[in-house]
Design a protein around this ligand. Structure first.
Ligand code: ADP
Length: 382
């Protein structure tokens, strides 16, 4: 089993980064279901698969990684650097932590926001063992100077350290053990070209099907020694936004609900009652999703509206909207993205029990040239 080390005060999973914080609030489900960030982190660690064969779904990705692992072992070379991208909670960290187990090596974990200067990377790089793995979460948030410091480490397993300043400055080169960098990002588009090019594999993770999520829920219920019926697993899966981390949160909540109000067994009826109480609607949308759609429809007439205006009104960071709320709403076609902003589709109106205005069919709005503005008197909108 791989050894996991987390260095640095604010580093990655150990230190509790901002990204973890954001996950706790939204990607983990609504607040009532998710609990605290710390709780969500503990849950993730307890339920995370340890081996590639335990990873459910993402078959193509898992198959390619299995080939890369087998090749690295046979050739006696470190695995090439890998970039995982996709919305939060889809398994980027899971894949990253499974790989050292498969390779029989160790992993060190940190995150982009925790590395503000090149010196912050030094303990990670110098502690790496031959063939070890360095995992950087939210890698798109690495400052440019740290990113550039990483280039020679990724290419030639060396770093250049500048000592002194001005005329007396000199550079010393330090050799590193051969290692694999695994980067995870919710925004691969924000990664610089040179950084992206230095990854040998680029794996994009997709949302999961209901069947895959139901399987994850059944496996994890067994790990938690909880009895769940197949129908209940499917009910929770259908209402988990295609995301394993949310499925885990729903399972934990249903388990607590069953323990408190029933005999501890999660039946379909118990699952439905638990999710209703947590304000997860029948389509699986949670409070944040509904607030988003309500704002877009009630305040902005269904759009088109810029993400910044929506974020300001919802009092959330635009990044949170773009990374955590919108990907699922886009995939499920509750909203569409046009050059002029976000537009609510008839499905979004239906989900909120509203009728779309006759003139605001999807296409009409897309090609409408008049900008849609929120009603006068709305002091919050920009
Ligand atoms: P990310 O790093 O993309 O935000 P994680 O890897 O932390 O997501 O996944 C969150 C949790 O979801 C994990 O702890 C694990 O329990 C579960 N999970 C994610 N992907 C899978 C998978 N493919 N199979 C089984 N469980 C998964």
């Amino acid at each position: 089993m791989a050894r996991e080390r987390v260095l640095g005060a604010g580093s990655g999973r150990g230190g509790g980064t901002e990204s973890e914080g954001r996950r706790g609030a939204t990607a983990s489900g609504s607040v009532g279901v998710a609990g605290s960030d710390e709780e969500s982190r503990r849950r993730d660690a307890a339920l995370r698969p340890k081996w590639l064969r335990e990873v459910i779904g993402q078959r193509k990705v898992a198959e390619r990684l299995a080939v890369a692992v087998a090749a690295a072992k046979k050739l006696g070379e470190p695995l090439g650097h890998i970039l995982f991208d996709g919305p939060p909670g889809l398994g980027k960290t899971t894949f990253a932590t499974v790989l050292p187990n498969e390779l029989g090596t160790s992993i060190q974990m940190t995150s982009g926001p925790a590395l503000s200067k090149p010196a912050d990377l030094l303990p990670f790089l110098t502690n790496l063992e031959e063939g070890g793995i360095l995992f950087i979460d939210e890698i798109h948030r690495l400052p440019r100077v740290v990113e550039e410091f990483l280039y020679p480490a990724m290419e030639d397993y060396r770093i250049d350290i500048v000592l002194g300043e001005g005329l007396h400055a000199r550079t010393i080169t330090m050799r590193l053990k051969r290692f694999t960098l695994i980067g995870a990002t919710t925004r691969s588009g924000l990664l610089s070209g040179p950084m992206r090019d230095r990854f040998k594999m680029h794996e994009h993770l997709e949302f999961y099907s209901v069947e895959e999520l139901a399987q994850i829920i059944r496996v994890n219920a067994a790990k938690l020694q909880t009895t769940i019926t197949p129908e209940a697993a499917e009910e929770l899966a259908r209402r988990s936004r295609g995301t394993p981390r949310i499925a885990n949160a729903r399972l934990y909540w249903a388990r607590s609900y069953a323990a408190a109000c029933h005999q501890g067994i999660i039946t379909a009826e118990v699952a439905r009652a638990a999710l209703d109480m947590a304000e997860v609607d029948r389509e699986g949308l949670d409070k944040n999703d509904r607030r988003y759609l309500e704002t877009l429809i009630d305040l902005f007439g269904g759009g088109p509206t810029g993400v910044e205006a929506l974020a300001a009104t919802l009092n959330l960071a635009a990044d949170t909207l773009a990374d955590e709320i919108e990907p699922y709403l886009l995939r499920e076609q509750y909203i569409i993205r046009s050059p002029r902003g976000r537009i609510a589709t008839p499905r979004a109106f239906a989900a909120l029990g509203k009728t779309p205005p006759v003139s605001s069919g999807r296409n009409t709005l897309l090609f409408d040239t008049e900008p849609t503005t929120p009603p006068a008197g709305n002091s919050k909108s920009p």
